[in-house]
Ligand binder design. Structure first.
Ligand code: 5GP
Ligand code: MN
Length: 320
C-alpha cells in the first residue's frame, strides 16, 4: 500500500526523534534528498540524525549541513526511522539495523523495484529523483523553501536527471527546479558538482575507456575497473561515478555496463540503457534493482563469471 505525501507528513508531525537513512555509496539524490529532509525536520523543531553507511562524496561536501551525516556506528536508536532513496533494505547497508530497531518506519523512494519495506511507504516511480518527492513533502509539512533547502533539493533533481537530460526528466522536474532556481547560484552549483573533477578521476576514466569492450554489433559496451587500477591513479570509488554514462554516450550503445571492484573484493555492477532495454530487470535477476534506464547490483562471483552472466542477461534485453 502506497501512502500519500499527506499521510507521511501527518506521521512526521506526530513524532519527534528521527533517524534519516540513505543508501550506501550515496549519490547526489541520496545526499540532497536526505539533507533536505534533515533540514525540514530541524526547521519543525524535531530531533533528527542523518545516517549513511558510506562517506559523503567530496563533490557534495559543499552542501549545507553535509557534516551532519554520520556513520551507523556513531548513531543512536530512535523512535522513528525514515529511509530515503533506498530501493530495498540492503541498500541501507549496516544502517539497516537502525531502521529495524525503530518502533516506526517510513520509506520514501522512487525506484520501481521498491516493494515498500516500511510501516508506511511513499514510493513514487514517476519521480525522476527523491528530490522531487522531498520538494512535495517539504511543502506538505509547511516548511518554507529557503536557499539551503533549495540547494539540496535542486542538487538531488539535477544529478538524478543527468542535468535535466535523461528520459526521466519531466515537466514536474523542471517545475520544481524553476521554483528553486532563484534561491541558488546555478552556475556555482554546477561547477562544484560537475566541473571540479580531480586528475585521478579523469585518469581513471581513461583506464576504463581503454578497457572498453563492445559487443553485439556495438550495442553493448562493457568495462571494468579493479582496485589496482584505482590505486595506480590514486582514485577512490566515487571517482567511478559517471564512467557508465560515458559508455552509454557512444552512439551505437544501447546497454552500458560498468563493473567496479570494491575494497572487499565484491563487484559493483552499474548499468544504463539508452532507448528501450530494461536494465532494472537485469539487476533484479541478481538481487539488485533501480530504474529502467539506470540500475545496479552487487556480485560476489569472479570478474569473468560476473561479466558473462551480466552480458548474457543484457543480450536478452536487446531487440533482434
Ligand atoms: P548507480 O549505477 O549509479 O550506482 O545506480 C543506478 C541506479 O541503480 C540507482 O538508482 C541506484 O539506486 C540503483 N542501484 C544501484 N545499485 C543497486 C543495488 O545494488 N541494489 C538496488 N536495489 N539498486 C541499485
Ligand atoms: Mn535517486
Amino acid at each position: 500500500m502506497n501512502s500519500t505525501i499527506a499521510d507521511i507528513a501527518a506521521q512526521i508531525r506526530l513524532r519527534d526523534d528521527f533517524t534519516i537513512i540513505t543508501h550506501v555509496s550515496p549519490d547526489g539524490d541520496a545526499v540532497g534528498s536526505s539533507l533536505a529532509l534533515y533540514m525540514a525536520l530541524s526547521a519543525l523543531g524535531k530531533r533528527a540524525q542523518l545516517v549513511c553507511d558510506g562517506r559523503m562524496p567530496p563533490s557534495y561536501a559543499f552542501l549545507p549541513y553535509s557534516e551532519a551525516m554520520i556513520k551507523p556506528e556513531d548513531a543512536k536508536r530512535t523512535e522513528t526511522a525514515i529511509s530515503v532513496d533506498c530501493a530495498d533494505r540492503q541498500r541501507m547497508g549496516s544502517a539497516a539495523k537502525l531502521f529495524d530497531a525503530a518502533e516506526y518506519t517510513i520509506c520514501i523512494d522512487h525506484h520501481v523495484t521498491n516493494e515498500g519495506f516500511g510501516d508506511i511507504n511513499h514510493v513514487d516511480a514517476t519521480a525522476a529523483a527523491c528530490g522531487e518527492i522531498m520538494f512535495e513533502l517539504v511543502n506538505g509539512l509547511g516548511v518554507e523553501v529557503d536557499g539551503e533547502l533549495a540547494e539540496a533539493m535542486y542538487t538531488a533533481i539535477l544529478t538524478d536527471t543527468g542535468r535535466f537530460s535523461y528520459s526521466n526528466t519531466t515537466a514536474r522536474s523542471l517545475l520544481y527546479a524553476s521554483k528553486m532556481v532563484e534561491l541558488i547560484d546555478v552556475q556555482l552549483l554546477n561547477r562544484r558538482i560537475f566541473a571540479d573533477e580531480s586528475i585521478s578521476k579523469t585518469k581513471l576514466l581513461g583506464i576504463a575507456i581503454g578497457k572498453l569492450e563492445l559487443l553485439a554489433d556495438n550495442r553493448i559496451g562493457i568495462a571494468g575497473i579493479c582496485q589496482n587500477d584505482m590505486k595506480l591513479v590514486h582514485a577512490s570509488s566515487e571517482d567511478c561515478e559517471g564512467i557508465v554514462d560515458k559508455i552509454r554516450d557512444i552512439d551505437t550503445v544501447e546497454i552500458a555496463i560498468f563493473i567496479r571492484q570494491a575494497k572487499d573484493g565484491s563487484l559493483k555492477v552499474s548499468m544504463r540503457s539508452k532507448n528501450y532495454a530494461d536494465v532494472s530487470a537485469i539487476a533484479a535477476k541478481f538481487g539488485g534493482g533501480g530504474h529502467e534506464r539506470a540500475a545496479g547490483c552487487t556480485s560476489y562471483w569472479s570478474y569473468a563469471k560476473t561479466r558473462e552472466v551480466i552480458v548474457n542477461a543484457a543480450l536478452g534485453e536487446l531487440k533482434e
